[in-house]
Design a protein around this ligand. Structure first.
Ligand SMILES: [Zn+2]
Length: 201
């Protein structure tokens, strides 16, 4: 995608904090990681400043899904990356998930590049009194089963545009949350998203 125009979409914001865990507020975290992603891209090529927009740049506003899609459309974005963070009742659950729209030939390779970059951090995590290797179950990106009827669908009319949703880890897992909150973790997530973008640009 030569001259690709990109929309970065940090999830939640305004009155919607997203998932909350000790020391972690999803809406704040995704905004930080989104800005780091933009810095990575601008560090590679300053031309990104004319090819990049955001659905929000502060914590004050949390646009709805349709507003986010409209923002991407107005900008003529060929790719939108929505940044979120996972959370679930099972505190052991961890690992990245990256979604693309089912059937999207454009989204799948971008999502896979991001998922592989996130999963390749490897390492170990402490689970109670055990040290376990990082799970590898989420190496591959997944077509989202949840998108029918959701506003992100409008981003891919006729396959001309593309949207992926990145969930780099679980804030509900104390070990993974510490990594997500660390400077290294934030930079690794941003670098992984940038790698996915650059794989198409
Ligand atoms: Zn979210």
């Amino acid at each position: 995608m030569v001259g690709l125009r990109l929309c970065l979409d940090p999830g939640h914001g305004g009155s919607d904090p997203g998932c909350v865990a000790p020391g972690f507020v999803e809406s704040e975290w995704v905004l930080d990681v989104t800005l780091r992603t933009a810095s990575f891209l601008l560090g590679k090529d300053t031309a990104w400043k004319d090819r990049l927009t955001f659905t929000r740049l502060t914590g004050e506003r949390g646009p709805g899904l349709y507003d986010r899609a409209r923002c991407a459309h107005r900008y003529g974005a060929r790719l939108t990356v929505a940044v979120h963070c996972n959370s679930t009742a099972d505190e052991r659950e961890h690992g990245p998930l990256v979604f693309y729209q089912g059937g999207s030939m454009t989204g799948m390779p971008i999502a896979n590049t991001i998922a592989l970059a996130l999963a390749s951090r490897g390492g170990e995590y402490v689970d109670g009194d055990k040290v376990r290797p990082m799970l590898r179950h989420s190496l591959a990106a997944k077509p989202s089963p949840h998108w029918s009827g959701r506003a992100y669908n409008v981003m891919e009319p006729h396959g001309a545009r593309c949207c992926v949703v990145v969930e780099p880890g679980y804030a509900s897992n104390a070990w993974e949350r510490a990594w997500l909150l660390s400077e290294d973790g934030r930079d690794q997530v941003a670098a992984a998203i940038a790698a996915g973008v650059l794989s198409t640009a």
